[in-house]
Design a protein around this ligand. Structure first.
Ligand code: FES
Length: 175
């Protein structure tokens, strides 16, 4: 289905984890780089024209976003949040790959996310594509609630599929 190919990403031994603040700064730069480097992807697939967005408001940990008008993915790089509308649901993912925190990318052509570091792939709803890359779980999902025409992410509640499976499975809003 996909022409995204697994490539040797090298050993992970030297892959240092970064703290949250630096990750989001770096992730933002990487995400911006992905936009600039359209077509310069490992697979040759065009990166999606990701729409950069900013939170509409909210407190320090609650960030509000307009519900996207159609299926697709938007990114708030300042807060490291991906807003994805997909098949009647809205998900708010962490921009960080669950393996080693690399900023993931969205490929419109395949309707999938891919990590540029070890090429783990994720479906639009964040489900991990088995045996791709080195990840072992789906994209981490923020707790989310609907507020009128907006969705609100709780940045203090990030669910990992392997640790809080029940909460992870229900971390979306239905339109
Ligand atoms: S950082 Fe290793 S698969 Fe994403």
């Amino acid at each position: 289905m996909s022409d995204i190919q697994e490539k040797d990403g090298g050993a992970c031994d030297g892959c240092a984890l970064v703290d949250r603040r630096h990750f989001f700064r770096d992730a933002g730069l990487i995400a911006a780089g992905a936009l600039i480097a359209l077509g310069a992807t490992p697979s040759g697939a065009s990166a999606a024209p990701l729409e950069l967005i900013a939170a509409l408001g909210g407190g320090r940990e609650d960030k509000s976003y307009a519900i996207p008008a159609k299926d697709g993915t938007q990114i708030d790089k300042d807060n490291g949040v991906i807003v994805t509308r997909w098949q009647g649901k809205v998900y708010l993912f962490s921009l960080a790959c669950p393996h080693q925190n690399t900023a993931i990318r969205w490929y419109d052509k395949d309707n999938q996310f891919e990590c540029p570091k070890h090429h783990s792939r994720y479906l639009a709803d964040g489900v991990y594509v088995k045996d791709s890359g080195r990840a072992t779980r789906g994209l981490d999902r923020f707790a989310v609630r609907k507020d009128g025409n907006n969705v609100v992410a709780n940045l203090d509640k990030l669910y990992q599929e392997d640790e809080e499976e029940a909460a992870w499975k229900t971390a979306f809003v239905t339109l």
